[in-house]
Design a protein around this ligand. Sequence first.
Ligand code: SF4
Length: 316
Amino acid sequence: MTIDLCVWDRCNNKCLMCTNPDRPWPAWDGSFDYSFEAIIGRLEKNRKKIKAAESIYLTGGEPTLHPRFLDIFRYLAKTFPAQRIKLLTNGRRFIYRDFAEKFLAVTNNLEIDMSLCGPESAVHDGVTRAAGSFEQAAKGLRIILENRRPGQEIGVRTVLNKATFRHIGGTLRLLRDKFQDLDRVIVIFMEFEAQAIKNIDLVKINYAQARPYLDEAGPILKDFKDIRFYHFPLCTVAKNIWPYVWRTLPAKEVSFVRACGKCGYKKLCSGIHKGYLKSVGREDFFPVKEKIGMELSGDFYRPINNILPAGDVVIL
Ligand code: SF4
């Protein structure tokens, strides 16, 4: 179990497809108070529950911009040493080397996932609607990679939407070539909620549009230590991508269409996000009927280890 901790609701980006609602929004206890004291009070009240969790996920808004972010982080590391602390960030504050060094010195029990929306300013800043955010994110990423300590894992997340999907090959090549020491890269198909609904004309795509660009990027996937695809039903990507497909959406947020009943791989499929069915439609899903050789992992979240050569068929 992961505990999500919204550090606060402010951000210096205004991403077109942000899954947060308009500000202000409340913390888990309904309070709109994100002061240091309120956050610590919230955590203390839930101390037992948090100690039973595997990890604490720091989100926002942009967590690193909170004026007491380092104090909150130090409290978490000291109070919950057994829990892995994960930070989701736009990375911009890490251009300040002294801040990055202080942050990374707190605990080695840390994972950072940074958002990158494209391979260059024109694409990234178009999504974040914040001039200079690409330069800052790229520089911040370089600084944390250079200064990280043993055990600290650094990853990048990139979300496919109308403004970014044509650039996925370029984004992956940039990450492979300029940030080789990344621990993981996560490619996410956009979710249709919150800001994405407000900006629907600017962000809406379907799986069929994205597929040729993912096919083109396919050969470089093997160059990454760990690359993951989130929110991709299996029939929406080529089979060589199946081993990288993860199931991360909660069961209550996904559904299947009638065609899925005839699909041989439903048991391994993430299902379709309900927001997609509502905003895009039910037409993009086709039952996979051929027998495909594969090695299964036994892991619910990443069910397929490998696609095997024709002939080595595993019956599901
Ligand atoms: S047809 Fe349905 S079950 Fe099969 S891969 Fe597509 S979405 Fe998943």
